[in-house]
Design a protein around this ligand. Structure first.
Ligand code: EPZ
Length: 432
């Protein structure tokens, strides 16, 4: 099992290029199930574990796939299996977004209920509610959801008690693309990844309007219309969470870091927070330059649906806020239990505690390198950033979590002057 060995204290300098978006690519890859013709998807972060898992699920569903570095050529026959197995779905919750396109294209979908998750409860009731609004008959059997079409246009309010659902919106949007007639999704998520999937659907020939707003209108092509959906070449968007993570790393451990190939407008909530706490930020056309600081001003932050501060950057920001002169607060309003990184941060000597879904971060203590355990993707990024800030050596174990969503993070940090090595522990034991 791999781990990162980090020697803290080096100031980061230089430019880092953001890879294709994990959360932008996953739904679009599953959306390829809708398309009869050959698809060429470019800018795909193919070295990410989650992308490899997704391609394996698509192969299980009969897709012909050819990977060429950051490009994926896909062709999906109309007939084929309709089951996404527990073995693969349990590895990655996002597999639930195979449900909508499968149901639309093949008239049936059998998808394993996603397993538990380190960031808290991950229900899919809104996904099901959306499919039923499109006429699907849904039943649960032995841990699997069984759904049958045909799908017809419908209207659904999709937001739940915790606000809109990002994957739920995209799942229902892709199902609606194959339904007979027009569908309206109210209470839709407005995240950039939703707009990316809508752009993909328009590229293959589906009329989608209103994406980026809470109301999305989709003109379904119906079972007979699939033949008109064209095989296209489509470029994935850059990863806004990876971009934000490197902006935070630059503030926490930087001399000066420029994050390239990003969309600054998609990270304005984070940029506004960085500026409020005293981090110098320069915004370019497709880059953001951040200057490192020793101390930050206190701040009270809450994670919210887009365009609010994203829950996926909550962990990375918590590492930076250990530099607060005084006390900062982060309230998690999307996943109230998403604090597994908090106890690991304390191993660095950070003064952090939690009351309900609010983390209280008291600055003033210089972090000391420690042996820590990664638990989920973004918690891992938090621990790596803390390791860069800390005095001495840090070992971040189980970095396979990190490799699910950050491409080549050790290489990218080394290119900025960070002392970060990725060690294969099994190989290490063999040497001893
Ligand atoms: C997406 O997950 C992202 N994953 C998550 O990123 C991200 O944290 C999340 O959106 C919120 O921004 C992908 O895009 C692959 P939600 P998703 O449905 O769509 C509740 C990462 O680290 N809810 O928007 O699954 C849910 O419990 C990952 O890259 C229901 O109640 O999240 C949560 O409280 C982690 N019922 C809130 O809605 C449902 O049917 C938002 O969840 C679905 C969700």
């Amino acid at each position: 099992m791999d781990k990162f060995v980090i020697k803290g204290g080096n100031a980061l300098h230089g430019k880092v290029r953001v890879s294709g978006s994990k959360n932008g690519s996953l739904p679009i890859l599953f959306g390829s199930l809708l398309v009869p013709g050959p698809l060429l998807l470019k800018g795909v972060p193919t070295r990410l574990r989650d992308i490899k898992t997704t391609l394996n699920i698509l192969r299980e569903l009969g897709a012909q796939i050819e990977e060429r570095d950051q490009q994926v050529a896909i062709e999906v026959p109309t007939e084929g299996p309709v089951t996404a197995t527990h073995e693969l779905v349990s590895k990655m919750r996002a597999s639930i977004s195979s449900f909508g396109p499968l149901l639309a294209r093949r008239g049936e979908a059998v998808v394993s209920l996603p397993g538990g998750c380190n960031i808290g409860d991950r229900p899919i009731d809104l996904h099901i509610q959306g499919m039923e609004a499109l006429g699907a008959e849904v039943r649960y059997e032995n841990g699997y959801i069984h759904a049958r079409g045909p799908l017809r246009g419908g209207r659904v309010y999709l937001a739940g008690p915790m606000g809109p659902t990002v994957l739920g919106t995209q799942n229902v949007m892709m199902a609606a693309a194959g339904a007979e007639g027009v569908s309206i999704i109210e209470g839709a998520a407005c995240e950039p990844e939703v707009c990316g999937t809508a752009k993909f659907l328009r590229a293959i020939g589906v009329v989608v309007e209103g994406d980026g707003s809470p109301t999305i209108r989709i003109e379904g092509v119906g079972q007979d219309g699939f033949a008109n959906l064209g095989g296209v070449s489509f470029e994935m968007p850059p990863d806004r969470i990876e971009a934000g993570s490197y902006m935070i790393a630059g503030a926490a451990a930087g001399g000066q870091v420029t994050v390239e190939n990003c969309r600054p407008n998609e990270n304005m909530a984070l940029i506004s927070i960085l500026q409020k706490i005293g981090v110098p930020v320069e915004i370019g056309e497709d880059s953001v330059t951040v200057t490192g600081v020793d101390k930050v001003s206190p701040i009270d932050v809450a994670t919210l649906a887009y365009p609010g501060f994203p829950t996926d950057l909550q962990g990375p920001l918590m590492a930076l806020l250990c530099k607060t002169e005084g006390v900062s607060l982060i309230t998690e309003k999307i996943f109230p239990d998403r604090f597994t990184h908090l106890s690991e941060l304390r191993r660095f000597g950070a003064k952090v505690r939690k009351e309900g879904s609010t983390a209280i971060i008291e600055g003033g203590s210089k972090l000391q390198g420690a042996e820590v355990m990664a638990s989920d993707l973004r918690a891992s990024a938090c621990l790596v950033i803390a390791g860069l800030m800390a005095e001495g050596e840090t070992h971040v174990n189980r970095v396979y979590h990190l490799q699910r969503g950050y491409e080549d993070m050790d290489k990218k940090l080394r290119s900025l002057g960070g002392d970060v090595q990725c060690i294969d522990e099994a190989a290490l034991e063999k040497q001893e």
